[in-house]
Design a protein around this ligand. Structure first.
Ligand code: NDP
Length: 453
């Protein structure tokens, strides 16, 4: 069997075993295809059955979460944690609270996390978890009661040297606080078991900003490769949560114009960009009040387009230089990609995880659009989570400037790794292939070193 046949045979086996898990299969297909050149060149990966092993989680835990709502009604949700790969460090990856959560989505996120974490150069394995609990419209007490019950099972499986969860969609500072408090009460230990903690009890400066800032630093490297930067560029952002907020802040700081934001109900167009005052309003509406973008739009006199995605709204208004998806998976499909290319988009940088469908990615690449893949571009969040773990272990705290500099250096390094491997394996400039291979070889070699477990 040659390398290409081996890759196809593993994709087929994974498909047969996980037929229902479409997002997981999408992620596996994307990653494994780009690994073909390294599999061809290095027979050891086939010999040690690395692809079969790396696509099967080391452990998956699925559990019932029962909690009481404000009316005294019992509610039942499903919680899960997928501990995918611990070859280079403790499992590490976020927890997502969203009604769409199922095993296929958590497995796709956990699988991607393996390579992303390896790219940061920090010692972190890959994992992911969450629940189909919907935080929208829940009172603070309901969110707390849910999370206490969620942690009453999760605590058995995690620990500072075992598995260190963080935030993701629906999980920010408030949620991390409730989970940390519950964990500490159960195990009677104050330890760095979660990242994204508040500053006064073990958090790191720059962690909330890290994914958005990091993706913008990565974008700057992409633009630099074409001899340009963000000044005067029109940037279409999607989402208005943690990643989008801090991407918007950094893009504006570096001279770009943020022309769109969105949430699950619709999008806004900002002809003159996002001012500091408007940004403060977005932060207050989404991060503090957990409210709707439409309320923010009304307050600031901005048109809100219900049910429309950011790409259509941006392209309908004219030029779009950069697309910066920062909401959720598969939010840019082929039609959206065509609209963006027609609108003159020169770069796509993925703040969200797997926001572009496979055919959209292909369309961007075929049309010469610079493409910054999620597992490289949005690795800043987990990188600073890794730095939070280091600070917790050392019992000290670095300054804002120190952490920001380390984040910047890590993002430049991740970009250079993608570039290096894209050239080494004959596809110069293909950052998707280069980043996948760069993350893969580190993990795969560690798996071989550690034996056939
Ligand atoms: P948040 O919950 O803070 O924000 C998510 C945003 O996306 C909200 O504006 C939300 O709208 C919108 N959204 C969520 N689901 C959908 C959907 N199905 N359709 C349309 N819009 C949707 O999450 P984050 O900002 O933390 O995460 C955004 C993305 O970035 C995710 O893909 C996540 O996996 C990824 N990511 C996050 C990291 C982090 O550090 N936080 C690290 C790396 C990646 P609404 O408010 O209406 O729900």
């Amino acid at each position: 069997m040659n390398g290409e046949e081996y890759v196809e045979s593993v994709i087929q086996k994974v498909t047969d075993k996980n037929a229902e898990q479409k997002e997981f299969l999408q992620a596996v297909t994307e990653v494994l295809h780009t690994l073909t050149p390294v599999i061809e060149k290095e027979p050891k990966y086939m010999k040690h059955k690395i692809l079969e092993r790396i696509t099967e989680p080391e452990r998956q835990v699925i559990f019932r979460v029962t909690w009481e709502d404000d009316n005294g009604e019992i509610q039942v949700n499903r919680g899960m944690r997928v501990e995918f790969n611990s070859a280079i460090g403790p499992y590490k990856g976020g927890l997502r609270l969203h009604p769409s959560v199922n095993l296929g989505i958590i497995k796709f996120l956990g699988f991607e996390q393996i390579f992303k974490n390896a790219l940061t150069t920090l010692p972190m394995g890959g994992g992911k978890g969450g629940s189909d609990f919907d935080p929208h419209g829940k009172s603070d007490a309901e969110v707390r009661r849910f999370l206490e019950n969620f942690m009453m099972e999760l605590y058995r499986h995690i620990g500072a040297d075992t598995d260190v969860p963080a935030g993701d969609i629906g999980v920010g500072g408030r949620e991390i606080g409730y989970m940390f408090g519950t964990y500490k009460k159960i195990v009677n230990r104050f330890e760095g078991v979660l990242t994204g903690k508040a500053l006064n009890w073990g958090g790191s400066l720059i962690r909330p900003e890290a994914t958005g800032y990091g993706a913008t630093y990565y974008l700057m490297e992409m633009l630099k490769s074409k001899g340009t930067d963000l000044k005067g560029k029109k940037v279409a952002l999607s989402g208005s949560g943690n990643v989008a907020q801090f991407a918007a802040e950094k893009v504006a700081e570096l001279g770009g114009t943020v022309i769109t934001l969105s949430d699950s109900k619709g999008s806004v167009y900002l002809p003159n960009g996002l001012t500091k005052e408007m940004w403060n309003g977005v932060y207050e509406t989404k991060a503090i009040k957990h409210g709707r973008l439409s309320d923010w739009a009304e307050k600031f006199g901005v048109d809100f387009y219900p049910g429309e995605n950011a790409w259509k709204i941006a392209a309908d208004h004219g030029k779009v230089d950069v697309a910066f998806p920062s909401a959720t998976q598969n939010e840019i499909n082929l039609d959206d990609a065509k609209k963006l290319v027609d609108a003159g988009t020169m770069a796509v940088v993925e703040g969200a995880n797997m926001p572009s469908t496979l055919d959209a990615i292909k369309y961007f690449m075929d049309n010469g659009v610079l493409f910054g893949p999620a597992k490289a571009a949005n690795a800043g969040g987990v990188a600073v989570s890794g730095l939070e773990m280091s600070q917790n272990s050392m019992r000290l705290r670095w300054t804002r400037e120190e952490v920001d500099k380390k984040l910047h250096d890590i993002m430049v390094n991740i970009y250079n790794t993608g570039e290096y491997y894209s050239k080494k394996y004959g596809h110069p400039g293909d950052l998707l292939l280069g980043s996948n291979i760069g993350g893969f070889v580190k993990v795969a070699d560690a798996m071989i070193d550690q034996g056939n477990y």
